[in-house]
Design a protein around this ligand. Structure first.
Ligand code: URA
Length: 187
């Protein structure tokens, strides 16, 4: 199978009408960052600010993610950030399994184009799709899995940390381990 370029995948997303979310989107939120990133983050779906700007993780959750990147010495420009869904679900409801099924090939193509060393799922929904359907975020965040040669783990979704700041220490520890893995050390 031929690897598509990010530009080709983006064009396909922008023309996509596979599910109903195309009718309510303001912008497709394709993904942003370094096209040769060693580290790729995968969130769930765009929220309001992302739908308005076309850029993932620019709202309150994104600002908190930026703080963690800063704290562990990762530049946001060096990573790539995308979501399972490229269009915002109305009122930020959880993605429907059928929507994920229709959108997931775009993400698969993005991963193949970028070939990151490390993939980090942001939150339970992303982890259940990328790592395993019965993923338990409280018990398994920060744990490493091998998926087709990629080092994959999940961390709490930054929006969950905004709701429950008691999880912030665990998030910092996970982010430190992610930085070490990205740098090629064992953590
Ligand atoms: N939450 C997500 O999962 N993705 C975004 O892009 C923004 C908020």
């Amino acid at each position: 199978m031929e690897t598509k370029t990010l530009e080709e995948i983006k064009r396909a997303c922008e023309a996509c009408e596979k599910c109903e979310l195309c009718k309510t989107r303001t912008n497709v939120v394709f993904g942003t960052g370094n096209e040769n990133a060693r580290l790729m983050f995968i969130g769930e779906a765009p929220g309001q600010k992302e739908d308005e700007s076309g850029i993932p993780f620019v709202g309150a959750a994104g600002k908190l993610l930026n703080k963690y990147l800063d704290a562990v010495g990762i530049a946001r420009e060096d990573v790539y950030i995308a979501n399972i869904l490229k269009c915002r679900p109305p009122k930020n409801r959880d993605p429907l399994p059928a929507e994920e099924d229709m959108c997931i090939d775009y993400l698969r193509d993005q991963v193949l184009a970028i070939r990151p060393k490390v993939i980090v799922c942001l939150g339970r929904i992303s982890a259940m799709r990328i790592i395993k359907p019965d993923f338990k975020i409280t018990a398994e965040h920060g744990k490493w899995f091998d998926k087709n040669g990629y080092s994959v783990c999940a961390v709490y979704h930054p929006a969950a940390l905004l709701r429950d700041p008691r999880k912030k220490d665990e998030m910092l520890a996970d982010m430190i381990a992610i930085k070490a893995r990205m740098d090629g050390e064992d953590a």
